[in-house]
Write a new protein. Structure first.
Length: 406
């Protein structure tokens, strides 16, 4: 059991914390006990000395405290972390279809009251990313508990691969690295970095070592199904294809033709590979999406009547959201200019800074400038294994719209 020191926060921070937001910034700390070390768990008190919650303390981070418990009686022992793992796993077992559980997000940071911890399940391989020092220090006790929880539910775990090769760890005072997590509960002879998964009936080879993020984007699972439902007979252009997931769903949905576009050679090769192993005819092309769309517009090429835009986050900061707005508007404008009347547009944003209201504003401006009228078919968000904590807007990041040009 850890002996906890305390920090006292401002009234403004108290209001936010009592409202459910777990982050306390350095400027909101009014006083702190001596001897608190980076990564320690601290008790957070109001200006009147009342208990607010317990959280990870890190003087190296702009977010000084990350609250993960509001129960004053919690004891942060091995049993506590195993319970948190069980809560996360059982939630997914409840909200996901049985066929989806083989590849899903098991832990989604603050949304699971596990700040900075991400765990994706790809068959019997877990891909892990730790972005807070507090969780890094408790990684072993948590991951060992998670392995036990999964095995108790007859869900196999052969190995865990750590994808801690991200710059945000620098801001927490942690080193970047990637490699296998070693535990007495796992057999090193079963370690592997390539694993085949099935999502929406489509097979993918996931590279947990070199793929983007944790190896594969799971959050669009059901949005891909929605996109596929209107693909029959259409000529589809899937932009920023990555592993070809939208393209393959469209092909599986009966598209007349599918072109998968990405600037990354590795992504194009992986998309082509995934097309081959599924016997789905897609054409994978390496190109800059902005240039490709611009050239189609200039040459009055209207071969495509369904365009899917799933770009990476154009902004990871509120300071650059205006530049991101212009980037999103440009690709949507170009897509709308190319599409014929009756054509379809699926457009996404995966940045929480690009909020829903701002994204809709961008789409309306792009449509106005392109001289088209849009009919909204559907609006969707991230899959439920990436839950949105209503008091933490940062957990709501993915926006997915389906439109028709009328």
């Amino acid at each position: 059991m850890e002996s906890l020191k305390t920090v006292t926060i401002s009234k403004r921070a108290e209001l936010a914390a009592r409202g459910g937001h777990p982050w306390i910034y350095g400027t909101e700390i009014k006083s702190a006990d001596e001897g608190i070390e980076a990564g320690d768990i601290v008790r957070v008190l109001s200006s009147k000395g009342k208990f607010i919650g317990s959280g990870f303390y890190n003087p190296h981070s702009k977010i000084r405290v990350r609250i993960f418990s509001t129960n004053a009686n919690d004891v942060f022992d091995q049993a506590f972390w195993k319970r948190r793992a069980a809560y996360a796993v059982d939630y997914r077992l409840q909200v996901m279809r049985p066929e989806d559980y083989n590849c899903c997000r098991l832990v989604f940071g603050e949304a699971d009251q596990l700040p900075g911890m991400t765990v994706d399940r790809f068959g019997d391989v877990l891909s892990v990313q730790v972005l807070s020092l507090g969780m890094e220090r408790r990684k072993k006790v948590f991951l060992d508990g998670l392995i036990e929880v999964l095995r108790e539910r007859n869900l196999p775990v052969s190995c865990i691969y750590e994808r801690n090769d991200v710059k945000i760890r620098d801001l927490e005072g942690m080193e970047q690295y990637k490699g296998f997590y070693h535990s007495g509960l796992l057999n090193p002879e079963q370690e592997k970095t390539l694993v085949d998964i099935v999502e929406n009936g489509i097979r993918y080879t996931v590279d947990v070592e070199n793929g983007q993020k944790t190896g594969f984007f799971l959050d669009q699972k059901f949005n891909r199904l929605a996109a596929a439902q209107i693909a029959k007979g259409r000529h589809v252009l899937d932009c920023f294809t990555h592993t070809g997931a939208f393209a393959l769903n469209a092909a599986g949905g009966g598209a007349a033709s599918v072109t998968a576009l990405d600037i990354s050679r590795e992504a194009v090769d992986m998309a082509a590979h995934n097309g081959e192993i599924n016997h789905l005819p897609i054409r994978a092309v390496q190109a800059d999406v902005f240039e490709y769309l611009t050239n189609l517009d200039k040459t009055k090429n209207h071969d495509y009547d369904y365009i899917i835009l799933d770009p990476p986050a154009f902004t990871k900061s509120g300071k650059t959201v205006h530049e991101a707005f212009r980037g999103y508007k440009e690709i949507n404008y170009r897509a709308m200019k190319i599409l014929p009347r009756g054509g379809y547009l699926a457009t996404c944003s995966c940045s929480h800074f690009m909020g829903e209201e701002l994204f809709v504003k961008m789409v309306k401006e792009a449509a106005r400038d392109a001289g088209v009228t849009l009919r909204q078919i559907e609006f969707r968000q991230q899959a439920p294994d990436h839950p949105i904590l209503m008091t933490v807007p940062e957990t709501y990041y993915l926006k997915f719209f389906l439109f028709q040009i009328v």
